[in-house]
Structures are given as C-alpha cells and as structure tokens.
Design a binder for this molecule. Structure first.
Ligand code: ADP
Ligand code: MG
Length: 595
C-alpha cells in the first residue's frame, strides 16, 4: 500500500480549478465579477476562439497594489471578507480561489494600476508558477489576459466544445451579468468582431438592449415584498413563450444564479397557462438580507440556499400569478402587430401593384381586397361567399356591441369567431377559448366540493400495462374528486364508470385515460399538490373542448364570448396559446391606407 501524502500546491489548485472553472464562460464570469467588485464602470471582454485561446478582460476599477497583485494569484487570498464573516457576504467574490485556479490551468498576464499610489505593475503566471511583479504602463484599473485555458489540465481540455458553442455560453453569461449591472458599460468582442456594446443605462434600457423590444412589450411588471425579501422584474405574458428555459434570468442579491428553487417557482406559477414544454421569459431580481441566504454552496456560486425556502417560493409564485391574473384577459400585445404585418403584403399608399382580387375563384379571407373603382360591393359579396356567415349584422342588437369581446358576427373555417367590438374586431380561436373555460370551471368545482360527475350507462373498459393500471388506481381517490370514477378490471385494465359532466358526451374515454396515465408519470417532477391536481384538470379540459371544426350558432358564440369575459386568464389557453386577438379600427384603417 502506498502511504498518504500531501498534494503539491499546483495540483491542489488544478483540482480546485476543476470545480470553479468548468469552461471558458466560468472564467469570464469570475473575472467580470472581480471587475464589478473593484467598482468598474466599464468592462471590456475580448475573446479568441470562444475564450479557449484567449480571454482578455479590462476594467476601470480601483486596481491593485504591487503586493496585492501577487497575493491575488494565491489560493484563499481575498480582500473581500474583511471580518471573516460568511454570513454577510457583500461582494460577488469571497472564496479567493478564482485567480489561483485560472493561474493553475492557463497562462496569465495581469496588469493593474493601484488607484491609491498611482503605480502600475504587471505579473505573469503559468502552470501555477508566478513571476515577480514588474513595472507596467497600465492606464487605469486592471487588465487580465488568460491564454490557453486548460492547457495544463489535458483531461479538461478534451471536454471543451467548439469555439462557437463556448462563445455562446460566454455571451449568455455576459448577458446575465450585464442585466444586473445596467450602470456599468460592457463591450464583448469575439475574434475581433464586436458582439455586444452596452453603454451605462437605466435598468429598463439595458433590458431592452439585451432581450429586445418584443420582450418588454409583452412583459408584465412584477413586484412583491414579504418578510424583508423583495422580488422585482419582468415576466412574459403567457402567450409569449420559448422552447427552453434558457431565457430565464434569475438574480439573488445581484448575483446571477441557476437555482432550482427559483426555477421551480417560475414553472409552478405558469403551469396553468403554459404547456409543459414551453417556458416563459423572466428577469427576476430577488433581494434579501444577506444573512437569509447562503451563497457559499457551490464553488462557482451558481446556486444558493435560502433560510426560508418556502417563503421565497410562495412569494415568487404569488407575485407571478397575481400578474398573470391581472393580465389574464389580454393576449400578447405583439400578436396583433404580427398579424397586421401579415395582412399587408403591398405597400401602403396605393403606389405598388399588388395582387388583383382573383375574381374567378372564391376569395380567401387572407387575400387583401384592393379598391376596384365601382366594384367594391361586388367584391365584398365575393369575399364572404366561402365563409358561411351564420349571423347577419342586422340580426344583432346594436347595444350588445358594448361587450369587451364584442358581438359574434361570423364563424370562419369552423373554428374562428369573428366578433365586432365598439372600436374594432376580435378573432377568437373557439377551441382554445373553450379549453380555458372548461379548465377554469373544473378548477372552481374541484375547489368547492369536487367536480360534478356524469355516470356512464355502461362502464368503458380501458386496457393498459399492469403497472400503469396500478398507478392510475393508486390515484383513484384524487381522480374521483376530479369527476372521474374508475375501478380495477382485472390486472391490466380499468373500468371507467363516470366522467366529469362538464366534458360532455363526446369524450374519447380511451384517449382521456391514456393522457392521464402520461400525466401521472410526470407527476414526480412537480412540487406541490395544487400543481398536480391542476395538471390533471388541465389534461381533462383538453378533452372536453369544442374541437375546432364545429359549427356554432350565434347564440352559442355569444355565450362563449360572455363566458370568456367573466373567466380569469381567458386570454390564453392552458398551453399559452392566445385565445383571441384584437384588431382596432385604427389598425384596420391603417391597413387600408385611411390614416
Ligand atoms: P475573490 O474574488 O473571491 O476574492 P479572486 O481569486 O477572484 O478571489 O481574486 C482575489 C483578489 O484579487 C480579490 O479579492 C481582489 O482583491 C483582487 N482582484 C482580483 N481581480 C481584481 C480586479 N479586476 N480589480 C481589483 N482587484 C482585483
Ligand atoms: Mg473573484
């Protein structure tokens, strides 16, 4: 047996570097944090090959003295814990190991001008060996150049991705940090090309610069306070969503984190209004007393622990939910804008020669009508020919037009309700709308005394693998409260006895049960009971909805519109698709070049 030996310093640093520096983006993060801790108002980041070949970061912060420049490269050497107090961490850094780790695995050159003495010095390190500082002609602040990251740790070197992928990770990191520090100017270049140029700005300005105008136009303002903790920021309306959770920017006391508790809270808040594979865009800043959060959990400081996680979770969920409910009757504001753009294939002003109305074919709703002198009435009649209007304008009482969602005038393509409002028109996706109404009603009934059920004349037998049947039966009690009665029917089948009455008679019981089995399989990922129940109800709602393709009478359509007006969150279906869009008369007039 070999005996225990103490590892050499360089090896210790390389091992530590393995945790602190996963990839170039992690080094960039540490270096930017150092610059911010030094009070920088401007930070320039220059990368070559995604940071694999070179990362150079310059700041205009307070700089370092000759002694500090040398000590900075040592492990566990920091200026940021003056009272040895881990309970009150006031800087982004505090572990004193980033520079030592970087110096252990790369070639480093660091220039700094001490704002106190006005002297500037440069120090070099490579493979964990550092030089003596020598005089330099550095103007202000600190500039650190990191070449050939991981050259000294071949194992890690091998795991680096392509320059493009590493660059993308760096850019995401810079974006995250820059969102939290709008008062600092940032510039990012990659292989000599300027990629980001952000001047010091107000928070909202920075948000717009990084996330785009579209986000702010479709964002709800979030703010809440509870027991000394404050959350503020923006979150996208449910109809504005992405395919990944990458656009969730979460900060705790100014520190960009990827915290499971916070991510889970966001998911839970939106679960009612978004499909599971869709994700909102959120920028949330959480501030709380430093003794209520432990940032010393993770070497890269990406995770935190809260003293009272349930309180934080509750605060974030209710802040987001409150905003979602307030905006529940709206759908994404940019949708009408996109629609309008789709409507205008020819230039306004009538100069261009757009497509003439195809007079010999049945006109499609989306074909723009051009003014043909004298032929307007004729064209209009043609336009409506294929559309089967089911209610004529004169059949509808004029007073009814005061409703927010207007009065139904036609049903198009057996799924879209066209309604006239006082100052424009509304197009409703009847399937999406009905799904939301059904879901909200199921939730309300569930909360009161359980969902009203309708017994089946003869039970429907659904067969499935035995384990699935057992899983389903294990939830029989919950499902019964949700209006679904089922019993075991031999080892690999269940007998469905009753269904939620609200779903109506045309439910495909087999598909409903299949969906619920899938739903239960995903339940492990969900945190709260309410979340689970709602997920079940949401699945059920999909089955009860008026499928697209059903002709509706004027009365039915108007009653759907009135119910939507009374239903919270009716602006989007359970999957975050909008249920209606609104076009104002002004927009329509603009389409026709009247304004
Ligand atoms: P930490 O940031 O946890 O203290 P680092 O290894 O990142 O550990 O840095 C060590 C020390 O070097 C810091 O505490 C700070 O005093 C000094 N330092 C690092 N970067 C800069 C910088 N850009 N400007 C001024 N001082 C710096
Ligand atoms: Mg640091």
């Amino acid at each position: 047996m070999t005996s225990i030996r103490y590892l050499p310093e360089t090896l210790i640093n390389q091992i530590a570097a393995g945790e602190v520096l996963e990839r170039p983006a992690a080094a960039v993060k540490e270096l930017i944090e150092n610059a911010l801790d030094a009070g920088a108002r401007r930070i320039d980041i220059d990368l070559i090959e995604g940071g694999k070949t070179r990362i150079a970061i310059a700041d205009d912060g307070h700089g370092m003295s000759r002694e500090d420049l040398s000590a900075a490269l040592d492990r566990h050497a920091t200026s940021k814990l003056p009272d040895d107090d881990l309970l009150h961490v006031a800087h982004l850094g505090f572990r004193g190991e980033a520079l030592a780790s970087i110096a252990a695995v790369a070639r480093v050159e660091m220039h700094s001008r001490d704002s106190g003495s006005g002297e500037s010095w440069v120090i070099r390190a490579q493979g964990g060996q550092k030089s003596e500082p020598t005089p330099s002609a550095h103007p202000q602040g600190t500039r650190i150049i990191v070449d050939d990251l991981f050259y000294a740790t071949p194992a890690r070197l091998k795991f680096q991705k392509t320059a493009r992928v590493e660059y993308a990770a760096v850019k995401d990191m810079v974006t995250r940090i820059a969102l939290a520090y709008p008062g600092t100017a940032f510039r990012l270049t990659h292989d000599g090309e300027v990629k980001l140029q952000l001047s010091a700005a107000a928070a909202e300005e920075r948000l717009r610069a990084l996330l785009g105008r579209d986000f702010l136009e479709n964002a709800m303002h979030i703010t809440a306070e509870r027991e000394g903790a404050i959350v503020h920021g923006y979150a996208s309306m449910p109809t504005h969503h992405r395919g990944s959770s990458g656009a969730q920017y979460l900060f705790v006391n100014g520190r960009a984190v990827r915290d499971k508790l916070l991510q889970g809270s966001v998911r839970a808040a939106y679960m009612d209004v978004l499909a599971r594979d869709r994700h909102p865009v959120v920028v949330l800043f959480l501030s709380l007393p430093s003794e209520d959060v432990d940032v010393n959990v993770h070497p890269a400081k990406a995770e935190v622990r809260f003293r009272d996680p349930a309180m934080i979770r509750g605060m974030i969920i209710s802040a987001l939910k409150a905003a979602i409910h307030t905006h529940g009757q709206e759908s994404a504001r940019s949708i009408a804008g996109h629609t309008l753009r789709a409507f205008t294939p020819w230039q306004a002003g009538g100069r261009s020669t757009g497509p003439a109305l195809p007079l010999n074919r049945g006109a499609q709703a989306a074909v723009p009508l051009r003014y043909a002198h004298g032929g307007f009435a004729e064209n209009t009649a043609l336009l409506f020919e294929g559309l089967a209007p089911i209610a004529r304008a004169e059949e509808i009482e004029p007073a009814a037009q005061d409703f927010p969602l207007g009065t139904a005038r036609a049903q198009l393509h057996e799924n879209y309700i066209l309604a006239q409002t006082q100052d424009g028109l509304v197009i409703v996706d009847q399937h999406a709308a009905h799904e939301r109404l059904t879901y909200e009603r199921l939730k309300a009934q569930y909360a009161l005394s359980g969902v009203a059920r309708q017994g089946l004349l003869s039970p429907v037998i659904v067969s499935m693998p035995e384990t699935q049947a057992q899983e389903l039966l294990a939830h029989a009690q919950d499902l019964a409260k949700a209006g679904l009665d089922l019993e075991a029917f031999g080892p690999g089948a269940v007998a469905v006895q009753a269904l939620p009455a609200i779903l109506g008679a045309r439910v495909d019981v087999h598909r409903l049960i299949e969906d619920l089995v899938d739903e239960l399989a995903e339940h492990e990922r969900m945190d709260g009971l309410e979340e689970r129940v709602n997920a079940i109800l949401s699945r059920m709602a999909c089955h009860g909805s008026v499928r697209s393709g059903r002709r509706m009478s004027a009365e039915e359509m108007n009653s759907l519109l009135r119910q939507m007006e009374e239903t919270p969150l009716s602006g989007q279906c359970n999957h975050g698709r909008p249920t209606f869009i609104r076009l104002s008369l002004k927009d329509i007039e603009r389409l026709f070049g009247r304004t």
